[in-house]
Design a protein around this ligand. Structure first.
Ligand SMILES: [Zn+2]
Length: 213
């Protein structure tokens, strides 16, 4: 798997510190399961954070603070505890959110070519699977908040390049794009958004609002 698009270092360090909400931690943890390069960055950040805590501990931390902080680091970085040990062929920790393999997922059809599967929502930030039919596009849109899109199967292209399995795209309010799925297979993404998308075409916007994009 050749991965060209990675989370920012800021996101990886934030993940290592355990300060992310569950949906964001889920998408980063799933990218890490697919990307050895980012796993190394997170391991370095954890080592640096642990050393820093050890240095600070005698002066300013409560006696139990170091242990509880290290325990937090050793936990799952804000990602949820494993809900099941099932193996549905998806990277961990995504498996824990599935009740069946990706290709047997019960999709909610938004349009004939676009389907979703909500996974989890925390404080307005939602994680969902999005499946696009081969060659289909999502209308030109911008973002009110931040959106992280991780390709699990297939791929898509937009104004910023091509994204294949393991690639993660970070979209911000400045991002305006028209993603189009590859022609040869369904594209399945894990997407996390903290605010609805803003569509340039009002009728697409109405559909998106109905389905909670
Ligand atoms: Zn990476």
């Amino acid at each position: 798997m050749k991965i060209s698009h990675h989370p920012s270092e800021e996101l990886l360090v934030s993940y290592a510190s355990g300060s992310m909400t569950e949906p964001v931690a889920l998408v980063i943890a799933t990218h890490l399961a697919m990307c050895p390069a980012c796993r190394r960055i997170v391991a370095d950040a954890e080592a640096t954070g642990g050393a820093l805590l050890e240095e600070l501990q005698p002066q300013i931390l409560r006696p139990d603070a170091l242990n509880s902080a290290l325990e937090r680091l050793n936990n799952t970085h804000g990602a949820p505890a494993q809900k099941s040990r099932s193996n549905f062929g998806a990277p961990e920790p995504l498996n824990s959110y599935l009740s069946r393999p990706l290709d047997e997922t019960k999709w909610i059809h938004v349009t004939p070519w676009l389907a979703i599967k909500p996974l989890t929502t925390r404080g307005g930030t939602r994680a969902q699977l999005i499946r696009s039919a081969p060659g289909s596009g999502v209308s030109l849109h911008t973002h009110r908040g931040e959106e992280l899109t991780l390709v699990l199967q297939g791929g898509f292209s937009d104004e910023y390049g091509h994204y294949g399995p393991g690639d993660l795209q970070t979209a911000t309010p400045e991002t305006q794009h028209t993603p189009i799925a590859d022609m040869d297979s369904y594209c399945i993404n894990l997407a996390v958004t903290d605010a609805p998308l803003v569509f340039k075409n009002w009728s697409v916007g109405v559909i998106a609002k109905l389905f909670g994009f």
